[in-house]
Design a protein around this ligand. Structure first.
Ligand SMILES: NC(=O)c1ccc[n+]([C@@H]2O[C@H](COP(=O)([O-])OP(=O)(O)OC[C@H]3O[C@@H](n4cnc5c(N)ncnc54)[C@H](OP(=O)(O)O)[C@@H]3O)[C@@H](O)[C@H]2O)c1
Length: 341
């Protein structure tokens, strides 16, 4: 009965003025066939949202746009029988997409959102809406990457930005598979965090003057053959150069905003190394129904580990983004309709 009535939402008006968001009036959307309507309780700001909020996300955007690639709430209506069993459930969801890279104008930073029933991920009672709003992007990336690592029979892995929420998930799933992880962070507090709170065995600080020598020594000991790169720049080449025969660098993030560089062609050629990418949206789209259900079930176990940092109203997207960008290691930042006047 709410369909068609006004609702609050964060709205980006154009690519040229991406920072000019305001809480404004949109209408509660009507779920179509195969879709459900969700009353949103919390929606996370991930790096991909930060790119959209600052006009840096490539893709075919239909302005004005409600940002938010994922969220969580309660499913309140279904467009047809296929979504009926979800009605009344607490769940995370990902933004309705018709094709990868072609998001619809309506995302999770709103009081209500529609998405496909298959993009809804029910959450357990002990999982908060904030944690549940991180059900898709990071946990399914962790599952997709560990599957690739298992296929490659990875012996040991190096990862940078190792204090990120996703990297903490990688560390967990690699440990479950008995694959040692060399964690690289950029601050002493992050070394302490990973060692003391996550029992990480190998943690290096990239700002140490002898960082490269430390990485060389650990690589000699553990023989890593996979590197997960969220940063780009010279760190990409530095990690790849320490991998062994057939080593693979998977580029999955661009946190430094710098071009990938520093790759030694001799190492690439004679050690037959290669550079690959991973993108969760295309990976999920490549799975059949059974594979997708299994990946979602595996990912669910990672959601309760999400660290909640701070919450804001939908009208405070700008402040929330600034806080998130200045305090990324502290945990995830969320927008909540209930905090919106
Ligand atoms: N390809 C895919 O499908 C996919 C899916 C999910 C996520 N991702 C990517 O995965 C990465 C991590 O995402 P997340 O949500 O886990 O992030 P997050 O929890 O917000 O954490 C980001 C971490 O990266 C660190 N960091 C930021 N800029 C850095 C830089 N230039 N050099 C070194 N460290 C830096 C931050 O440390 P400080 O506190 O020191 O800033 C923080 O610890 C992002 O790049 C994201 O885009 C990709």
């Amino acid at each position: 009965d709410k369909v068609g009535t006004p609702m609050k939402a964060t709205l980006l008006t154009s690519a040229e003025e991406p920072a000019s968001y305001s809480a404004t009036t949109k209408k509660v959307p009507k779920p179509g066939p195969g879709q459900v309507l969700i009353k949103v309780e919390a929606a996370v700001i991930n790096p991909i949202d930060a790119y959209l909020l600052t006009g840096k996300l490539p893709g075919n955007h239909h302005w004005p746009i409600v940002p938010g690639y994922e969220g969580a709430g309660v499913v309140v209506a279904a467009g047809d029988a296929s979504g009926e069993k979800l009605v009344g459930k607490r769940a995370g969801f990902s933004r309705f997409q018709e094709a990868p890279g072609d998001p619809t104008p309506d995302g999770s930073y709103a009081e209500y959102a529609i998405t496909n029933a298959f993009q809804v991920y029910p959450i357990d009672d002990h999982v908060t809406f904030e944690q549940g709003s991180c059900s898709f992007i990071n946990p399914l990336t962790a599952i997709g990457v560990i599957e690739r690592a298992k296929k490659y029979k990875t012996k040991a892995m190096i990862q940078n930005a190792a204090a990120s929420q996703l990297a903490r998930m990688y560390a967990k799933v690699f440990k479950e598979n008995n694959i040692p992880v060399i964690n690289i962070v950029r601050r002493k507090e992050q070394v302490d965090l990973l060692k003391n709170e996550y029992n990480a065995e190998y943690v290096l600080n990239s700002t140490d003057p002898d960082f490269d020598a430390q990485l060389a020594k650990l690589s000699e000991q553990l023989q890593p053959d996979l590197a997960l790169d969220a940063i780009g720049g010279s760190m990409s080449g530095q990690m790849l150069n320490h991998l062994g025969q057939n080593g693979v660098l998977i580029s999955y993030g661009q946190l430094s905003g710098e071009m990938i560089c520093g790759i030694n062609p001799g190492s690439l050629i004679f050690k037959e190394q290669r550079l690959e990418t991973f993108l969760v949206f295309t990976w999920m789209a490549s799975l059949n129904d059974q594979e997708s259900a299994r990946a979602i079930a595996d990912a669910k176990k990672l959601v309760e580990g999400v660290v909640v940092s701070k919450t804001y109203g939908l009208h405070e997207a700008k402040e929330a983004l600034a806080y998130y960008q200045a305090n990324m290691t502290a945990g995830k930042v969320f927008l909540k309709p209930s905090l919106t006047p």
